[in-house]
Design a protein around this ligand. Structure first.
Ligand code: SAH
Ligand code: F3S
Length: 440
């Protein structure tokens, strides 16, 4: 077997794409290695969402160059590969091949040609591509990502994704459900449905509400999650399906981006502060105990202190459970690039600090309120630090608890005994094995 080393940056969809790439490369006779120096092929699956994501990749490519020995190949795949295309080959002479998110089917050919000394790229969009016939090579475990939609048809003015992932398309519901059925048969009990505006999913016949209900009905599936939805695509049908499907977890990641209606308009987000808050209200009314997390950008071109205070007020009003906060990063070719009105690094940095402070203090209060409660958790893995296990509640809170590796992949009811602010500490209240749990 030939050996491939692959590093993945960016969002969950890139993680899922790496599994597809591995599925394709397996057919080409590759197996995965964690040792770049012994690999026949080194791949970096990249993100282009912010400049710092790209700088990190450029740095890593420089490091991986050390392992090149005249026999092996170095390839760049994913969003940055798509965005820069062949110009990345000019910029990085040690890179042999390039493939964008719709180009993975060509990898076998690209590897062959690169092996003959050509430097090659496939960055063509294929609006039909779902890699439907490819069996993703998943790492195993109780949880799996399932991509249900690729690309994005929105044109949020700050965002590079429509330029890196191409037009929006949804897989057929039957194909998605077959895949989930297969996963459940191999012990997966939690699926996360992925798409850029996943709740706009529509395969021509069925919408996202149908998909949620069908995913929840697959025998063995106990938790259904999805990311990321767009606030405008929470139709009554979708919210009803969430409320009526017990497997759909009580958590939504709902990107707000800003709390200023003026900025939202310039971002072309197609909602304003009031309609966003209305969406939050509808979700909370329908789904008891739902946790909400979000993405927020500070320092968008022209953002004034008053605009930023609107964002702070939205954060306080909604009381998000957590937020990913970003400093605006200008992306080449996006409409926002032409807006001018740059917010200085000092100002956006200072706003970011204030925002993070606010988000953290709300999260602390929310997490502290859970102390004393009993919650069902899915044990995911050994926690990064120490001997504890990492588990997750239905509302997406991380709970650390004692246990053994045998607990991984199983469900337990834990009592929350404390919080570090961002994560919770729990003790097993009642250990329930996966099989038994399905019966109860
Ligand atoms: N539809 C996807 C968006 C992916 S990008 C989703 O909702 O997950 C993930 C987040 O990155 C966005 O929600 C946004 O907050 C942030 N982001 C996107 N472009 C950015 C930019 N140019 N600068 C800073 N943050 C950005
Ligand atoms: Fe980007 Fe907006 Fe689509 S944030 S991924 S253009 S919904």
């Amino acid at each position: 077997m030939k050996k491939v080393y692959i590093e993945t940056y960016g969002c969950q969809m890139n993680v899922a794409d790496t599994e597809i790439i591995m599925g394709l490369l397996r057919k080409e006779g590759f197996e995965r290695t964690d040792d770049a120096s012994s690999a026949d092929l080194m791949l970096v699956n990249t993100c282009a969402i912010r400049d710092n994501a790209e700088q990190r990749v450029i740095g890593r490519l420089g490091e991986l160059k050390r392992h090149k020995n005249g026999q092996n190949l170095l390839g760049v795949v994913g969003c940055m590969a798509q965005r820069l295309g062949a110009s990345l080959l000019d910029r990085c002479p040690h890179v042999d091949l390039i493939a964008g998110p719709d180009g993975y089917r060509s990898l076998g050919q690209l590897i062959l040609r690169a092996g003959e000394g050509d430097r090659v790229a496939d960055t063509e969009f294929k609006a039909w591509e779902h890699y439907e016939d490819v069996t993703p090579m998943r790492s195993g475990g109780a949880s799996a990502f399932v991509t249900v939609q690729r690309g994005c048809d929105h044109k949020c003015t700050f965002c590079i994704v429509p330029m890196t992932r191409g037009p929006e398309r949804s897989r057929r519901l039957d194909d998605v459900i077959n895949e989930i059925g297969g996963l459940a048969g191999r012990g997966v009990s939690e699926v996360t449905l992925l798409g850029q505006t996943v709740n706009s999913y529509h395969d021509g016949k069925s919408d996202f509400a149908d998909l949620l209900r069908a995913a929840g009905a697959v025998p063995g599936i106990r938790r259904v999650r999805f990311t990321s939805p767009h606030p405008n695509d929470f139709t009554d049908r979708v919210i009803e399906a969430m409320a009526e499907t017990p497997e759909v977890c009580e958590h939504v990641h709902l990107p707000a981006q800003s709390g200023s209606s003026r900025v939202l308009k310039r971002m072309l987000r197609r909602y304003n502060k009031e309609t966003f808050v209305e969406c939050v209200r509808r979700l909370r009314d329908a789904v008891g105990g739902i946790a909400l997390t979000t993405d927020i950008i500070v320092g968008f071109p022209g953002e004034t202190e008053a605009d930023f205070l609107e964002t702070m007020s939205l954060v306080r009003e909604v009381e998000f459970d957590d937020a990913f906060t970003f400093r605006y990063s200008v992306r080449d070719g996006t409409p926002a690039q032409k807006l001018g009105d740059v917010v200085s690094k000092e100002v956006s940095g200072e706003r970011l600090s204030r925002l993070i402070e606010e988000v953290r203090s709300i999260a602390r209060v929310k997490n502290a309120a859970m102390v004393g409660e009993a919650r069902e958790v899915l044990v995911e893995k050994v926690a990064r630090r120490g001997e504890l296990l990492q588990s997750r509640t239905r509302n997406n809170k991380v709970v650390l608890l004692e246990g053994t590796e045998e607990d991984i992949g199983g469900y337990q009811t834990v009592r929350i005994t404390g919080t570090t602010g961002s994560t919770l500490i729990g003790i097993p209240a009642r250990s329930v094995r996966n099989e038994l749990a399905v019966v109860t």
